[in-house]
Design a protein around this ligand. Structure first.
Ligand code: SF4
Length: 161
């Protein structure tokens, strides 16, 4: 398996990386994604917005209902679990913590997991829990992008510079 280091991705400027892309088992199901970033790289700042927002591991999967992350931040859409529990507050809190971290650490770019209701950029699941994707951003990805941070996913790290 080939690990990326930040020098390849962002010329050694600090980047925010979704923790599940660096080997942390913080996914909703408690599993790891494949490890794409070297843990321990001082220029890589890790965060899992859902855990930072107060959600446990494992947790019920959630999707955005009625829009995407931008609509959640504007108050027009919400994040609900498969069982129908609303977790919008936790998602927004996690997004705010991620933005805070970026501002404090001078982060200008982020690599976040595709399709996630927090981290997805470009496409997210459509709220029907049927595996269907729609255009849009997750809540954290939307807040970061709105604040001028360049957000991409693990498939498009070449677009960062
Ligand atoms: S996709 Fe984002 S919120 Fe979900 S486990 Fe990974 S880092 Fe956490």
């Amino acid at each position: 398996m080939r690990l990326m280091n930040n020098d390849q991705v962002n010329g050694n400027k600090k980047i925010l990386v979704g923790a599940c892309l660096a080997g942390r088992p913080c996914r909703y199901d408690g599993n790891m994604n494949c490890m794409l970033f070297q843990p321990g790289d001082p220029t890589v700042v890790l965060i899992c917005p859902e855990v930072e927002g107060g959600l446990p591991v494992p947790r019920e999967p959630a999707e955005i209902l009625g829009g995407d992350g931008y609509d959640v931040l504007a108050g027009f859409a919400k994040v609900v679990t498969r069982q129908g529990k609303e977790v919008t507050k936790e998602y927004v809190k996690g997004a705010e913590k991620a933005l805070d971290l970026c501002l404090k650490q001078g982060v200008t770019h982020a690599v976040l997991k595709s399709k996630s209701p927090s981290c997805g950029s470009g496409k997210v699941y459509d709220g029907t829990f049927s595996g269907t994707l729609k255009e849009g951003f997750g809540v954290t990805a939307a807040l970061l992008a709105y604040n001028g941070i360049r957000v991409t996913d693990e498939h498009s790290t070449g677009n960062l510079s």
